[in-house]
Design a binder for this molecule. Sequence first.
Ligand code: IVH
Length: 519
Amino acid sequence: MPRDIDRIEPLRRQIEKHNRLYHVEARPVISDREYDALLEELQRLEEKHPELVTPDSPTQRIGGEPISGFQAVEHAVAMLSIGNTYKLEGEKNSLRAWYNSTAKALGLATDEALAEPLFDDGGLALTLEPKVDGVAVSLRYEGGRLVRAVTRGDGQRGDDITQNVRTIRAIPLRLDAGAADIPAVLEVRGEIVMPNDEFARINAEREKAGEETYANPRNFTAGTLKQRDPKTVARRRLIFVAHGRGQVEPPACDTHSQFVELLRGLGIPVSPHAATVESFDQTVQYIEQFEIKRPTLAYGTDGVVIKVDRYDLRQQLGFTSKSPRWCVAYKYAAEQAVTKLLQVDWQVGKTGKLTPRATMAPVFVAGTTVTHATLHNYGEIQRKDIRLGDKVVIEKAGEIIPQVVQVVMAERPEDSKPIKPPDKCPDCKTPIETESDNEGKETLRCCPNPECDAQLRERLIWFAGRDQMDIEGLGEKVVHQLADAGLLKSFADVYRLQSRRGEMVQLERMGDGKVSNLL
Ligand code: IVH
């Protein structure tokens, strides 16, 4: 039986190894339960020997106290954005145009010439990676230890979210020294993302609890990383995919693909779908193949990032005012589907604005079944000539609420009916007011009654929301329930609920526990 203190360090290495097998190599060899048992054993030993606890022990991912605020931190190397393209071919703004101008800037003549090897080791090497639809962060390791995690912010400076990022198991707190030479300073950039199933699970729980839901996994991830309590972050299983670098001392690599291999060796997750190619045709092939693979990934992607692999060539290419010339993002078109428009309701917003909401025959698009879409305003309905009963093309781009793109005119039924905009507020029946742009297109239709009940409820939902008072348990359903019962008529009433406990516990599905939590 080894002594406790001799067991601690091997145990930590063992846990780190299993983290790596799970998150970097995607081949776990033990069950979650066995993993938890190792972690518990370490916890017990560290409780017995608190003097042996180190900040990068796997037990220290969740720090003690909630954070009071996020400090702004300057990036050592700016975090830029990248140029987008939506088409493969064409003279302007296409992937082909980017490729040709890149080749030209590097003195590599024309397309046909590029079929020939241009360097000793082949053509213009490009690394292709999924464009991960997450939240960008910069991780800074010094001497192999994670010292800081910063959001992108405005590109020059971001927020220090280290405490929250430390809870993400996919991100090592110390790098695997066994594998390679660790640069003294290593800034790794990448995306933090929430897997789709995790998003669906937590959002459903929130909905059940009457809490605000998030529109998409990216918003949910961003909201999570700004939580003041790292324990909340720890409960949401976020993952990380590295895709670039900031400051690295000593520089370590000559190419991006070498850098990615270095990261993999150090135990930092990189995309398993990355590839290095040497021609435009291979790039197009990759883009077409990845489009098929994309829906099977555990998390959202919205395109492919194409990067010149060699750092010396990147240097030669330099930057435009906004983004590097050495890379470009090819974005896939939003997924579309055709379905039948059944009904349009006018929803009253918190400022009185009326928004038409379409109900359609359920249709499966981009991973979920869709029944509602926004129609924006009456001007849009007129411009697109949308009628009830029409077949409509809807489009979903990352968001949960899709858009109606256009009507399939060829299939317009004879009995299609024009959509009649309301002349009275659907809730308080006050005559509505409209605004139009200078071409006469209606841009706004609203209920001018400041005491409108529907508006008040929307204002209360907003007031209790995440970015305002952040009152947990006071979501849409609960606001309606309390307002229906006459317990909520103003913001001030929120703070008077303490004295209405008796009435609250009588409400359906409320109960003692739920009321206590809310109060
Ligand atoms: S490389 C100079 N590679 O997309 C910036 N970015 O819309 C180089 N992103 O700011 C970025 N996946 O946050 C790169 N495989 C990938 C990416 C990726 C997602 C993000 C990144 C970037 C944003 C631009």
